[in-house]
Design a protein around this ligand. Sequence first.
Ligand SMILES: Cc1cc2nc3c(=O)[nH]c(=O)nc-3n(C[C@H](O)[C@H](O)[C@H](O)COP(=O)(O)OP(=O)(O)OC[C@H]3O[C@@H](n4cnc5c(N)ncnc54)[C@H](O)[C@@H]3O)c2cc1C
Length: 467
Amino acid sequence: MSEFINGLRAIVGDRHAVTRKDALKRFTEELRGRYQSDCMGVVFPGSTEEVSRVIRFCAAHGMAMVPQGGNTGAMGGTVSTPEQLIVNLQRLDRIVEVDRVNQTMTVQAGCILANIQEAAKDAGLLFPLSLGAQGSCQIGGNIATNAGGINVLQYGNTRDLVLGIEVVLADGRVWQGLNRLRKNNTGYDLRHLFIGSEGTLGIITAAVLKLFPYPGGRIVSLIGVETVSAALELMVSMKSASSDRLTSFELMSQRSVETAVTHMAQQRNPFDRFYPWYILAVVDSTEPDPQLRSRIETALEQAWTDSIVRDAVIAESESQSARLMLLREDIVEAQKFLGGSIKHDVAVPISCVPDFMDSAYRAIRDYMPEAIPYPYGHLGDGNLHFNITQPPNMDREVFLGHWKTINTLVHDIAHHYHGSFSAEHGIGITKLDEMEKYKSETELDLLRDIKSLFDPHGILNPGKVIR
Ligand SMILES: Cc1cc2nc3c(=O)[nH]c(=O)nc-3n(C[C@H](O)[C@H](O)[C@H](O)COP(=O)(O)OP(=O)(O)OC[C@H]3O[C@@H](n4cnc5c(N)ncnc54)[C@H](O)[C@@H]3O)c2cc1C
């Protein structure tokens, strides 16, 4: 084995191939602590050429590799075994070019998402992908997982934000697909196969990203409503009032807001009572637009008159906007104070969300009456984190032992409404069973054929996405 490591060191340099157990921990620790992970080492190539040489070297030795970005993925996509090598992209962290006229940015795959957002902002532009892990996840990981986040409603998923990519294939060849074109209709679009492939088809080393005008005007409101149906009615009227400039329309349950207010020091109840559901709505415009604001105010007043809205506040300043938006972030963190939590990341057609919610609440009540639904999510995309926290008097591990059964209850209901069991986090190893349960044989056959075409010897992230 030391001969193998020496071979890797000859490619990337001594300092960039690590095998010391204590140094490996950061790269093998799994986000949710659900899986044991280990590896024979982590290698940090410093260029596309080095990634290619590492892959050729591993292929020649039959060594399986696990590509890794910031290791913030939620589906165990970077879990490795002691016989596998982690290939971490963190040294490929260069922003290669910002093209203000083309409104594109070319980046290496190891760039941290927040740094990309910052570089776009410095050029007066916006890279709209935004999610809780943006301070540590890498754009290569975002592309490999087709990450979503809070701005999908207006700008789409990562898939919609990537014009081109560069990928090193399982045999070490480099596919140079750094396309900067808005239109390019030349046969099968390989880019889309790699986006969302979770490291199973190739290692992404660079990308061309789409940028947008920076929104100099932002209207943030927090709204209390009685039902999810009312929230959807409100969404339709806010879309119309904002001329479809609604960037986020986030749903939070009473339980999640109450928990954040109770446990997070910086949170206060934004109203003088709690409501069954809350909406955080964000409307962006290129510059502050008083008329747009007045149309939003009118829409909210009308919704209040029509008993759709029970209470609402519109932020008066940037700091107030930030405070309202922090509530949405804090409900995720606050969940931990209730003990163990069984997570879901489902999507249903937006109009089916109220029925999905009713059915899912009923199913949980029937199965475990004391368990506490803690739903929140990107209502504007129909994507819900219908999480369930443990009954207060149940042992955490006993509750988490119900993970599979509770997942099945919720996923079956999403499936019933023609929904998805994984709307933004992907498959990794966590949802392999669901792939087999909910995808057709035809689709599974095609997916397996694609995998074996791109990675005939199964050395790229084996055992992830598809069995
Ligand atoms: C607090 C928090 C909030 C989050 N919020 C969201 C959210 O709103 N929406 C959302 O979609 N996700 C969210 N996530 C999940 C996670 O941040 C995203 O999936 C992110 O895109 C993963 O990026 P990463 O660099 O950490 O990838 P990693 O975790 O390192 O890897 C994820 C997968 O991508 C593969 N991979 C990584 N880099 C490459 C590469 N260069 N080439 C090929 N394959 C690669 C890995 O093998 C693995 O399968 C959140 C996570 C946290 C911790």
